[in-house]
Design a protein around this ligand. Structure first.
Ligand code: ADA
Length: 566
């Protein structure tokens, strides 16, 4: 998976993207699949979604993907999969390595190679909706759960001592002080392994360290006096390379601090008003496996509309998209996979375990991205139910514990009865006046009522975000009656919302409009009846990123609110 910067100078990495062997096995239990007898009669692109291709459109079941990689020698290797939808069982050289639950996060498969040579990599991929196996992807969600190996695959040679993770946080903006936490593993203890840290080409630390057999955590601080800061207006980045023995990892970071102060969100002490959209990673041709070309288009269009904010709805976005956001100065809300979980879900150990796992995996992948300014969770869950509150606390506390440097939030659609507000640093409300109930004229009053309630419930000293609001518009449906589903109706609604939130009053720290781009949703009769084409049509661009009339309106109004950078 090509990234925007070189991740390794020394470590041997094979990019396994390309065309893999493929077999659709259908209604087969993975435990009954005999991997040595699979007839690979087809081929499939990685990354991609098999059920976004015409031949397998709408298919749910077990599928098998196969490729071959080269193992350099008999030392530990690691297969890194950035996303497999939405349940996976991985084999290497005929041996089962592990299972993985959930489609939108990276996971590692460690391979103890016993000799040099070619090795078969086989991945069983299951896109069936099965609560028991994968409670993160359920039928009632408002998006279509595509299947496949969607985000690239790599084989890493680790050697005998290797770096598992480097987490870099800004400790002090003024002093440009960064803290590095280097987690490494070794096959054997050693008391003098060379460690070096480079910023760009400049060495900033060189020493010998002791490593244990197994895991060792090394913590170091570095000061980059005079280095440029990262901010949405001037997103300056620094590459930091850590070399340990014969292994190395490079990370790209921004020096910046995000803080909440009363009703404001501050980046490096400066208030920022977050203006942007919700974004799904879905495309008719690629399902969840967006090629770089689409990520680039999405960032181009968000910037063109004068956005500085994007909410990754409702799952962790691809790190390659986050790379582009880092460079563009787009602030990102990152959330683990969830959609309207109930109190029943949030009291079920199986569901919570899956939530906590996806939350940890998300933080591990996204933590070094300066663009990620907050963690979200549990979109539109039953946060008005006392029984759900412990589940909310578990997920939000995990996020705070895993990364104390970012504020946490969750999007509520129950603003008048919510009982979880005290768990959030930022209050975020999803509401649809002018679409589901009320008329466009009633939008200002509906929004004011929410503000009054939030203030009256003792949450008035926190930043407030409208995390979803919007209207459906069918691309090309222009109607002088300005009826619902027309592009004109969407224009009118978005104009009213933006004017009321930021021109008539100035109480809001941010807005993420629902929605950037249209996407295919669940085919269930109930939802499809309220979703023409079985798409969510509230995008200001359609599923092929073709702008509707609403695009220009947002561009103009956001532009007036936030003059483009110098
Ligand atoms: C909810 C939900 C979104 C989408 C939206 C809509 O607010 O969070 O995922 O379903 O409604 O279009 O109705």
């Amino acid at each position: 998976m090509l990234r925007r910067f070189r991740r390794h100078d020394i470590r041997m990495v094979q990019d396994l993207r390309g065309v893999w062997d493929f077999a659709f096995l259908g209604d087969v239990d993975p435990d009954d699949a005999n991997i040595s007898e699979i007839a690979f009669d087809d081929r499939m692109a990685v990354p991609g979604s098999f059920d976004a291709t015409p031949k397998y459109a709408g298919h749910r079941g077990l599928a098998a993907y196969r490729t071959y990689a080269y193992v350099r020698d008999a030392s530990p290797h690691r297969l890194v999969l950035d996303g497999v939808h939405h349940w996976a069982r991985v084999f290497a050289g005929g041996r089962k390595i592990r299972d993985h639950v959930g489609g939108f996060t990276r996971f590692d498969c460690d391979i103890a190679a016993d000799r040099a040579g070619e090795i078969e990599i086989l991945v069983l991929v299951d896109n069936r909706i099965d609560y028991e196996r994968c409670p993160l992807h359920l039928d009632y969600f408002d998006w279509y759960h595509f299947g496949g190996i969607t985000r690239g695959a790599e084989l890493h040679r680790l050697g005998s001592t290797w770096i598992d993770a480097v987490v870099i946080t800004t400790e002090d903006v003024a002093a440009r002080r960064l803290a590095l936490k280097i987690t490494c593993r070794s096959m054997a203890a050693s008391d003098a392994v060379p460690l070096s840290i480079h910023v760009g080409d400049r060495p900033v630390l060189e020493e010998k360290v002791a490593v244990a057999s197994g895991e060792t955590v090394i913590e170091r601080g570095i000061e980059l006096t005079g280095a440029a800061l990262w901010s949405p207006r001037e997103p300056r980045l620094h590459e930091i390379a850590v070399r340990l023995g014969t292994d190395d990892v490079r990370e790209r970071v921004g020096i910046r601090q995000v803080r909440v102060d009363g009703r404001k969100i501050l980046v490096n002490g400066e208030p920022v008003r977050l203006l942007g959209f919700n974004r799904h990673e879905i495309h008719p041709h690629f399902g969840h496996g967006l090629p770089d070309a689409v990520n680039v288009i999405d960032v181009q269009q968000l910037l063109d509309m004068n956005c500085n904010f994007v909410r990754g709805s409702h799952y962790p976005q691809d790190v390659r998209f986050l790379d582009l956001c880092d460079e563009a100065g787009l602030c990102v809300w990152c959330e683990p996979t969830a959609w309207q979980p109930t109190a029943e879900h949030l009291t079920d150990e199986k569901f919570l375990e899956a939530q906590l796992n996806v939350a940890s995996e998300m933080v591990a992948s996204a933590v070094n991205h300066p663009s990620v300014v907050m963690w979200g969770a549990l979109n539109e869950g039953h946060s008005d139910d006392e029984k759900a509150k412990a589940g909310y606390a578990k997920v939000l506390n995990l996020l705070k514990g895993a990364d104390p440097t970012r504020p946490v939030t969750y999007a509520t659609c129950r603003p008048f009865k919510d009982v979880c507000y005290d768990l959030a640093d930022i209050i975020s409300v999803n509401c649809y006046p002018g679409w589901y109930g009320a008329s466009i004229d009633e939008i200002p009053a509906a929004i004011d009522k929410i503000v009054a309630h939030v203030d009256a419930s003792g949450q008035g000293d926190k930043p407030l975000i409208i995390s979803e609001i919007g209207a459906g518009a069918i691309y090309g449906w222009r109607d002088w009656n300005e009826t619902r589903w027309s592009e004109q109706y969407q224009v009118k609604l978005l104009e009213t919302v933006i004017r009321h939130l930021f021109v008539d009053r100035d109480r809001f720290a941010g807005l993420s409009i629902w929605l950037y781009g249209d996407f295919r949703t669940s085919q269930q009769t109930g939802r499809a009846l309220g979703r023409p084409r079985a798409f969510n049509n509230k995008g200001v661009v359609d599923e092929y990123r073709r702008p509707k009339m609403g695009y220009e309106v947002v561009k103009r109004m956001f532009g007036e609110l936030s003059p483009p950078p110098r």
